[in-house]
Design a protein around this ligand. Structure first.
Ligand SMILES: Nc1ncnc2c1ncn2[C@@H]1O[C@H](COP(=O)(O)OP(=O)(O)OP(=O)(O)O)[C@@H](O)[C@H]1O
Ligand SMILES: [Mg+2]
Length: 350
């Protein structure tokens, strides 16, 4: 079963001087029903172009967009309008109607589909409860926080019971705690309503928190696609490795980040970030490393974190040893299904 399928999708823009920009260069992608699929990429990678092709706001130059078995390009205007009701969309800047209250914003798409007022009232109440907005029905958008605005946008996007929710950087304008709350809301909606979610983001944290699978978009091509856990444990491309490295740097405690250098200099040793699934016991690993590979280790941090719903152990180690011992140690860890990433060098403290 497939909910969203993109086949050889191409999108070009022409500039006023007639030069062409190839924003999408033959995208193939499938998203299953009930899945949260993330697309991550740098600015200009083509993320918004891709999502606009999926919701029919943009017409591809070639290829197909198939949603729930229907090829968007084969639909006539009324059919396309009907189809677009199956697609909810949320944006970075919320796109709410400022002259309308929370209630009226959520009711808006239902008015457009000529829903009877009594049905609208019931539906809006349900949506406000689902999105945590109860009690705010009479507020205007300028009276709301960013997180509340995004909740209104989500409720509005769900009003016509779409099959698919598309999100274009929906948390990029929010602070970390609000981002977390909105992501948890999306996760809840996905679980309770079985709604398929396609989201685009430039933030690894978003992918890590809620996505089942992801793809990396780079210069209009998908260069890597994976289940989220495999991605963090076995990134394939250099771009993927860089994304993960930048993300772990960002997670690093401030005092460590301050000490980190990116080149090996006299007296500096590598800083390794180990990550492993579930309860892979950490102490035997470390003991083995010290005994068998003549390495000196300094454990700077050991903690449990979550990727989606899975538990992942993370350790930060300063590692001192001969190059060949460092290499064997890394190989040993890889065999034990521990992902090792060298995030930089630090002055050895032990
Ligand atoms: N309407 C347009 N006309 C001309 N070029 C465009 C248009 N929209 C996008 N582009 C170009 O297409 C490429 C992809 O843009 P797109 O907006 O899809 O990237 P993005 O990944 O969403 O970037 P960002 O993270 O900055 O939002 C860029 O080179 C951009 O300049
Ligand atoms: Mg964009």
């Amino acid at each position: 079963m497939i909910m969203i399928e993109l086949r050889e999708l191409h999108k070009q823009y022409s500039l006023p001087d007639h030069t062409a920009i190839e924003a999408l260069k033959g995208i193939n992608l499938t998203v299953k029903p009930g899945e949260i699929f993330g697309i991550i990429g740098e600015s200009g990678a083509g993320k918004s172009s891709l999502i606009r092709c999926v919701n029919g706001l943009e017409t591809p130059n070639a290829g197909q967009v198939i949603i729930n078995g229907q090829d968007l390009m084969q639909l006539n205007k009324p059919q396309l309008r009907q189809m677009r009701r199956n697609i909810g969309m949320i944006f970075q800047h919320f796109n709410l109607l400022s002259s309308r209250t929370v209630y009226e914003n959520i009711a808006f798409p239902l008015e457009l589909t000529k829903t009877p007022p009594a049905v609208i009232a019931k539906k809006v109440d349900e949506l406000m409860a689902l999105t945590g907005l109860s009690g705010h029905q009479h507020h205007y958008t300028h009276e709301l926080s960013g997180g509340q605005k995004q909740r209104v946008a989500i409720a509005r996007a769900l009003a016509n019971q779409p099959l698919v929710l598309l999100s274009d950087e929906a948390t990029s304008a929010l602070d970390p705690e609000t981002t977390h709350q909105i992501l948890q809301l999306l996760k809840k909606i996905n679980a309770e309503l079985g709604l398929t979610i396609l989201l685009i983001t430039h933030e690894m944290g978003v992918i890590k928190e809620i996505c089942h699978r992801l793809a990396i978009l780079e210069h209009g091509n998908i260069i890597e696609e994976a289940h989220v856990l495999d991605f963090f444990n076995r990134p394939q491309t250099n771009t993927a490795k860089r994304f993960i490295r930048d993300f772990s740097l960002h997670e690093l405690p401030e005092h460590l980040r301050a000490r980190l250098i990116d080149k090996k200099i006299e007296g500096a040793v590598p800083l390794w970030r180990l990550s492993f699934l579930g309860d892979a016991a950490e102490s035997p690993l470390v003991t083995h490393l010290i005994r068998h590979f003549s390495l000196s280790l300094n454990i700077l941090q050991a903690r449990i974190e979550r990727i989606r719903d899975k538990t992942v152990g993370v350790m930060l180690l300063e590692v001192e040893g001969q190059p060949e011992d460092l290499l064997s140690g890394k190989q040993y860890l890889n065999e034990k299904e521990v992902h090792v990433e060298e995030i930089g060098y630090v002055q050895f403290a032990a």
